[in-house]
Design a protein around this ligand. Structure first.
Ligand code: PHE
Length: 495
């Protein structure tokens, strides 16, 4: 138990109460913070009540202390003038007094102590008057103040005094006041129970006002929250999630099956990340499909004239970080060909592109992708479906623009009006998959497939007001941002 706490109790015990600890020498010598923590601890035991008293006190500056020791500037100047019997030459003031002479002149004139006589300063008084400034400063050093506010203001202006707040405490007895401190037990132990000690033990009361420790828990990343919203929309529309948990694909699935020719710029090193090790994968099991893909590119098949270039197996087997989740959609449609029927599939996962990184682009992002297969569905179905899908997010009044994808024909870019930006923004890409993609798989001609894709980052950034993508993904993300942002709701204010 701290010595100081006992001193406090003793003082309060002797005096009944303490009006201000500053008036009690044993307590006044303690730092206010030390005193405060001792008092708080006694207060918690309901032994005392206390309150803080702040007193304003004027203290002397360093310059003022020098003045108290040596006299005020004006006083010293006058002393010097009195010493020189027929006046002090103005040109000598500096060599005799230095700065003091300069600083004291104004006040000495004002006090009527000296006057100018030609090139000399002469005394207007015969004996040394009282050095008022020193007297005042001495009073302040003793009492912390002066009765004349005007004098205080003047000394403050001359930077001779400054205000200091000193803290004292008022202390009174409380219900459990005593001169000694009982230590309370905080926990009941098995030893106390077996020995029977618990009967006499005094227990510390629970403090129900203290704040608990916030439990450590995980937090969903905003991208995951928005992803979850999209998943629910897909599920509500009868979609099944595709297994998209593989980042590495072959050129075959990422490009060739999607009728992306091997010379396509998207396949350049500048756009796609290729694996160094292993460089190549083995051939897929479905030899017939493999041959169909080769043929449809090289010579054409299924009524298509193809691209007419020598299709290279090695190029097709190169390993890539997938550039879109459409690689997965393609593999799933290839599966579907074993038992063709209408179906609805989606995936939301990460893709990689060799992009110049800036505020809105990273070399990796997430795609939301949907694929819908149905007998004899048309472009009208695609447009109608897109309107339904985006309406679930509160995005209405879509506009479509003809576009180009190697694997879809027709292809449509989807636009929505962004109220915040006051302009039309592209929100997705879509199309009807080409026969050159679907027929090599063995899907029947009239089972048509539409697909679309959009990024997960864009709606997330809009939703959470993030303007720099690097604040959303990567090492610059603030954990606080991740932990405290609200749940996502895809509704009216999205686009
Ligand atoms: N793969 C396209 C993209 O990367 C999206 C898309 C998917 C387009 C399916 C049409 C059909 O943007």
């Amino acid at each position: 138990m701290s010595e100081l706490q006992l001193v406090i109790l003793k003082t309060v015990g002797e005096q009944g109460s303490v009006a201000n600890t500053l008036d009690v020498p044993v307590l006044a010598k303690e730092e206010a913070t030390t005193l405060h923590s001792a008092l708080t601890s006694l207060w918690a035991k309901e032994m005392i009540e206390f309150s803080k008293l702040e007193t304003e006190q004027w203290v002397l500056t360093k310059e003022a202390e020098e003045i108290v020791a040596a006299g005020s500037h004006e006083f010293r100047l006058l002393e010097e003038v009195l010493k020189s019997l027929d006046g002090l030459k103005i040109s000598d003031v500096n060599s005799k007094l230095g700065q003091v002479g300069k600083l004291g002149q104004g006040k000495a004139f004002k006090n009527g102590w000296i006057a100018k006589d030609g090139d000399k300063l002469v005394a207007k008084v015969e004996t040394l008057p009282e050095d008022a400034a020193v007297t005042q400063l001495k009073t302040i050093a003793e009492t912390g103040t002066l009765s004349e506010k005007k004098d205080l203001a003047e000394l403050k202006k001359r930077k001779l005094i400054s205000m200091n707040k000193i803290v004292g405490f008022k202390i009174t007895k409380a219900a459990k006041f005593a001169l000694t401190i009982t230590t309370y037990e905080t926990d009941i132990t098995s030893e106390m129970v077996t020995s029977g000690k618990w009967k006499d033990a005094e227990f510390k009361p629970y403090n129900f006002n203290s704040e608990g420790v916030y439990p450590q828990s995980g937090a969903l990343h905003p991208l995951n929250k928005v992803r979850e919203e999209f998943r629910q929309i897909f599920f509500s529309m009868g979609f099944t999630e595709m297994p998209s948990n593989q980042y590495v694909e072959t050129g075959f699935w990422n490009f060739d099956t999607l009728f992306v020719p091997q010379q396509h710029p998207a396949r350049d090193l500048q756009d796609t990340f290729y694996l160094k090790d292993p460089v190549k994968a083995g051939k897929p099991d479905d030899e017939e499909y493999w041959q169909n893909i080769k043929k449809v590119h090289q010579e054409g098949k299924y009524g298509s004239i193809g691209y007419r270039y020598p299709w290279k197996e090695d190029e097709s087997l190169r390993m890539v970080l997938r550039t879109h989740t459409t690689a997965i959609s393609s593999a799933m449609l290839h599966q579907l060909a074993k038992d063709p029927k209408p179906c609805r599939l989606f995936s939301i996962d990460r893709v990689f592109r060799n992009e110049a990184v800036d505020a809105t682009h990273l070399a990796e992002f997430h795609q939301v992708e949907g694929v819908l297969a149905g007998y004899d569905i048309t472009l009208g179905d695609l447009i109608g479906f897109m309107e339904d899908f985006f309406a679930k997010m509160g995005v209405h009044g879509l506009r479509f623009k003809a576009a180009y994808n190697p694997y879809t024909e027709p292809s449509l870019e989807i636009f929505a009006y962004h109220k915040g930006l006051g302009k039309w923004v592209e929100i997705g890409n879509s199309g009807m998959f080409r026969p050159e993609m679907l027929e090599p798989m063995g899907l029947p001609k009239n089972l048509r497939v539409l697909g679309w894709g959009l990024s997960l980052e864009r709606p997330t950034m809009i939703k959470y007001g993030v303007s720099n993508i690097r604040e959303l993904l990567g090492h610059k993300v603030s954990l606080d941002f991740i932990e405290t942002n609200p749940a996502a709701r895809l509704d009216e204010d999205l686009v």
